[in-house]
Design a binder for this molecule. Sequence first.
Ligand SMILES: *Cc1c(COP(=O)(O)O)cnc(C)c1O
Length: 344
Amino acid sequence: MELNEVLRLVRKNIINLAPYSTARDEYKGKLGVFLDANENPFENRYNRYPDPRQLELKGIISAIKGVPVENMFLGNGSDEAIDLCFRVFCTPGKDNAVAIAPSYGMYRVAADINDVEVREVQLGEDFSLPVDSLLASCDENTKLMFICSPNNPSGNSFPMEQMLALADAFNGVLVVDEAYIDFANQPSLLTVLPKYKNLIVLQTLSKAYGLAGLRLGLAFADAEIMSIFAKVKYPYNINLAGMERAKELLARDVNAEIELLKSERERVAAALEQMQCVEKVFPSDANFLLVKVSDARGLYDALIEEQVIVRDRSRIKGCEGTLRITIGKPEENDRMLAIVDKWK
Ligand SMILES: *Cc1c(COP(=O)(O)O)cnc(C)c1O
């Protein structure tokens, strides 16, 4: 799609929106006597409003991800970016979105809050991407399509060429949630972002970067789309304490942790496959395993009994009989494995 066509998908009221202008939008210098924002002047480190554009933190993330700052949005978790996709593109009660299922529950919740219909399309055999059914579910009011790759809870990635085929064929905005991309053995769609004007890539600092508690989600797209997100978001959506801690913690190298978690994933998968109650371990490109067992609820309870908490996914359509097990530290994984091994 051309950028102009994508911009035509944006709601009229959002195109016409005059954003709140903060005191710090008007004067950008750091030195001066600041009598413009009704702050308390006595220094305590947090007495001043934070940068609403988060330029310093974005600069650091830009260097890590290789994406220019103007192609980036920072949110209060990915959840804020997901909500903004609906608020920017979907007129409540009229437009709809298409999403894969089973997948991340937040797409539906955000859609429901915004009174937007979601058409869920079941993944195929072994969680394959149903490209034709996804496209067949669209009509002229379909503004968004959500794909999660690697997918939560199935763990698999979808082939890049299939996702790009969707981006080519879909007359709306394709949102690809890459929350787990750092654990994957295939590249991010960020590499093709400049070519696909109708693509929004979501990532997060909550998983591989180990900063779930700071609540920092990332969206990447064309600069014009990102500037629309910037005018719709709450002006100071990222707080100063969180930005400071993120700057500090992003200086450390998480590669060793990621590599260890990936090798633990393979070790745990192989061990689980040997166990009596395990029927199938689905291939994973993420930091968790979806495991089909003979009695999911029974095993879940047995694990809880020993204070090992996993996620029971057995009531989700397409995931019957499964538990989703996050990869922990080696000794934590061993403790989980020992319980599964001795159960039935
Ligand atoms: C964990 C997760 C996220 C991250 O959410 P945050 O709000 O950034 O913590 C996003 N998408 C999926 C599919 C996830 O599993």
